[in-house]
Design a protein around this ligand. Sequence first.
Ligand code: NDP
Length: 251
Amino acid sequence: MMLDRPVALVTGASRGIGRACAVELARSGFDIAVNYLADEAGALETVRLVEQAGGRAVALQCDVSMYDAAKHLVQCSEELLGPIEVLVGNAGITRDALLIRMSEDDWDQVLDTNLKGVYNVTKWAVRSMARRRRGRIVNISSVVALRGNPGQANYAAAKAGIIGFTKSLAKEMARYGITANVVAPGYISTDMTENLPLDVKEAFKRQIPLGRPGTPADVAYAVAFLSSPQAGYITGQVLPVDGGLSSGLIL
Ligand code: NDP
């Protein structure tokens, strides 16, 4: 058994960007706690891919929007794999509607999962990081936080909140040697974007200077870098991974 691999907890790792982060971090030498909400089969497939990449992994069901459940998630992860070195706050949902039609429930669900979920898990994970005076936090925001998007006021607000949260955390945690950064993906091909109307997809693609949607792996490479020892002097930053979408490049 490998005893000294560090541990990463990735929320929302049953598919998409979270799964790619789990696999890339495993390739970089981490054991992985694979969190999911409902898709147990997907989470177990991520576990299999992590093991194939040389790491140990456990699948841990938890709704990150629930405060006490998030505490339990962190405790289970630490009991089963060891102290958390890297936390990737990736779990997220969309409930798109123009504000005029956006229900209170659409607002609450997105804020509770995407923003409060990040607070909930980070709150418990930083405790042992602070005790051990080491750790990396990488939260997944969105290009939408930087430029807004019609129909996504709830999502943009949550994702912008993640940036303010992470920048504050970076300042609070620097004294413990813990870094906290944000990755802001653009348009990435996953289940989340699969069901967008064709005209919206085409409009997005036309605005991407590099001319293609991103892949989950494109995002995972950035997350793995920010989780690495080589990124130890980078904190409080927002790294767009968006093919130039947010850069203002005009072709
Ligand atoms: P997917 O919809 O493919 O996957 C979402 C993941 O989040 C799943 O693993 C899902 O678990 C999990 N999840 C959802 N709600 C909860 C919850 N309450 N508790 C725990 N886990 C939960 O999304 P993507 O991979 O596309 O997106 C990943 C992150 O990247 C999200 O935060 C998203 O906002 C962000 N992002 C995505 C972009 C894109 O273009 N795809 C662009 C910018 C940002 P389960 O499968 O069990 O339901």
